[in-house]
Ligand binder design. Sequence first.
Ligand code: FES
Ligand SMILES: [Fe+2]
Length: 373
Amino acid sequence: MLKNFWYAVEFADRVGREPRKVTCLGQDFVLYRTESGAVVCLSDLCVHRGGALSMGTVNGDCITCPYHGWQYNAEGVCVRIPANAAERTIPRKARVDNYPTLERHGMVWAFLGDLPEAERPPIPEIPQWDDPAFRAVEYEMVVDANYERTFENVVDASHTPFVHGTAFGNPSKPEIPDFRVSQTDWSAEADIQLSPPPPKGLWGLLSRGKPRPEYVTVTNAWYLPNIVKLHVRLPIGDLILYDFNIPLSQDRTLVKILGFRNFFTGAWADANARKRIEKILLQDRPVVESQRPELLPFDLSDELHVRSDALQVAYRRRRAQLIKQGWWVQGDDIITGDGPRRTATVIPSPARRDNPELASAWVHKARNGGTPQ
Ligand code: FES
Ligand SMILES: [Fe+2]
């Protein structure tokens, strides 16, 4: 898993004044809004006895732990310990990691890492969010597979006719003409020619009489660390999916999707659009859950790649560079895994760098990178 990125951790319309627990990179976080509406993201782990702040209450801009009532402010600094006599001072170790947040494209983004602002990788543009020609639906599903497996699955064009059959692919035309990958430090994109199946159901009915092209251009793109865009040009309009592969743990992924369409933009067609997204995910799920090894290999030569896998190969190469520069965090020393552990580690937050005088004052140690073999 990669630290030092902005992660879309929740749909923005689901975050309010009530504490909301979200999980990412195998760590729990609590989200809530301050009185002025800003989103706060703290490590969900009270430094006293590991109570879950997300089970507590928000008062003003502070959150109170449900166990012994310690109160933390929006910066994660403990400002009240009810059991202490009034003259006792609060230990400076009484603080939890606070992660920068942004609200953009209908999502809450948390910066999970300790890079200073100027060095943080960008959040991808999602122009459809602000474009009135497009209508968006939200969808999510948990998949029992590693997030890099589900991430690669979405940019993988050649599985389409096999896994999705005539729902989305065309089994009688499985070849993928060569395509060019254009890449930046944080993304890669390719226009891929796919032979479309005839549209079915409601969309088929409403597109009857329109000419059906031999190939359609599908734009597949990935944005680090875990987002995939799929732009399908249907005879009736554009369908653009942004697919956020959120690592709940090494072995479980919460797939959140923003699905945009510029046809049938009335609310009446939302349920149908969601059902189509669900159908695609349900076809992919058993396949990615059965992949072995469960985790994406570190060594490129541990799996065989062909020309049509160019987007995935580009990802694995870029990921290897980031591992080299120390951005990899292991998922196996998490506290939210299947078995209880005795040591809690957290993704280090920028506050750790900003306050060098506090270097030794953090109760929970920063999770390290381990050593990829
Ligand atoms: S565990 Fe949070 S106040 Fe004791
Ligand atoms: Fe798929």
